[in-house]
Design a protein around this ligand. Structure first.
Ligand code: G3P
Length: 249
């Protein structure tokens, strides 16, 4: 996953569907083109195919099941997502939690298909376990109590980012050195309550390599200006972090 990254989780707000969802997806694409930032969008599953056909940035599924094509009424096989052009999946979001076995299985199948995986975790301990056993492309640290609250994880729970980055990077380094199956670092993202450009900058300063955002964009009256604001803030903080000689965590 190219870092830094802004991941926009559309969730299932009214604005996430139809022309409104498409317009936000197009805004994300426009900002990505103008700023050069990697912006990943995760529309609702029902809209995924429509959005993939209409934008050129990476579209992730909000959830997937560790299934190939077959007789699975009402399920969403990861193989089908791959075939409609999805580039990756979000797994274990707080609003859609799954067991560790499924996280591992989805990550394995996704890897075999060349898809990315962002695995969410509500604690440092779980982040470490997921990193070790599932080796996703990215782990998103999201304290559930701050999701949708407007109170940013980077302000209210900075220790979650600091400790999470440390724990995941240690595992990632170990895996890179000792496991042939792994050829890339695990990125660490932070999410929950991110509402302002300061929240984004602070997350990057604390060691995150990207953020996951939903309500601040999906419920805004001018989503494009919020996306632009967050993108510029992230790039500035990223440049400052690198310029200050702070080694990538
Ligand atoms: O996946 C992103 C998320 O759970 C954070 O939601 O609304 O607090 O940005 P929000």
């Amino acid at each position: 996953m190219r870092i830094p990254v802004l991941v926009i989780n559309f969730k299932t707000y009214r604005t996430s569907y139809g022309q409104s969802g498409l317009s936000i997806a197009k805004s994300a694409e426009k900002v990505a083109l103008e700023t050069g930032l990697n912006i990943v969008i995760a529309p609702p599953l029902l809209e995924t195919s429509f959005i993939v056909k209409n934008v050129g940035i990476d579209v992730y599924a909000q959830h997937a099941e560790p299934l190939y094509y077959g007789a699975y009424t009402g399920h969403t096989p990861i193989e089908a997502l791959r075939d409609i052009g999805v580039r990756g999946v979000i797994v274990n979001h707080s609003e859609n939690q799954i067991d560790l076995k499924s996280i591992i299985r989805i990550s394995e199948i996704a890897r075999s298909m060349g898809l990315g995986v962002i695995a969410c975790s509500d604690s440092t301990g779980l982040a470490e376990i997921i990193a070790k056993h599932a080796m996703p492309d990215a782990i998103a640290l999201e304290p559930p109590e701050l999701i949708g609250s407007g109170i940013a994880v980077s302000k209210a729970r900075p220790e979650i980012i600091i400790e999470g980055v440390k724990a995941v990077k240690q595992v990632s380094k170990h895996m890179l050195q000792n496991t042939e199956r792994v050829s890339r670092d695990i990125a660490v993202l932070a999410g929950a309550g991110i509402s302002s450009r300061e929240d984004v900058a602070r997350a990057i300063e604390l060691g995150a390599e990207g953020v996951l955002v939903a309500s601040a964009i999906m419920l805004s009256k001018s989503p494009e200006s919020v996306i632009m604001d967050f993108a510029q803030s992230m790039l500035k903080a990223w440049d400052e972090r690198r310029g200050s000689g702070v080694k990538r965590a």
